[in-house]
Design a protein around this ligand. Sequence first.
Ligand SMILES: [Zn+2]
Length: 137
Amino acid sequence: MYTALLTAIVTWISANFDLPPDYNYPSIKLVPATQITFTPAQREILSLQTEAGQPSSRREVVSVYDDATKTIFLPDTWKGETAKELSVLAHEMVHHLQNIAGKKYNCAGAREKLAYAAQDLAATSQPSFRLMRLHST
Ligand SMILES: [Zn+2]
């Protein structure tokens, strides 16, 4: 599931950020947002960027990456169709690559900094995986 998309995202992340590519993919589970209730340290509430002049598009997506099981949990409303949805997946894929690479960070903030940078770039640019996703569906 999502193999082609994940391949493209891994390639894109490794090309733009200091993380080695790894094509051992995480599991992706779509679950009701209310079930994404991990410890506060694991839970992430990603306030997605809003496009200028469109405050009504503001919404929150709850997602999490579990290092132990290498699983990305996304809300079951996630369809991978919009730039914002894909940017959230890019964010969590950064955590997966960090985990696979055995990267150690001094604090959660350092770990998040790269993930948010990838998320922002994915949301505001035209990354290759967005085009690929459109053509594959
Ligand atoms: Zn994160």
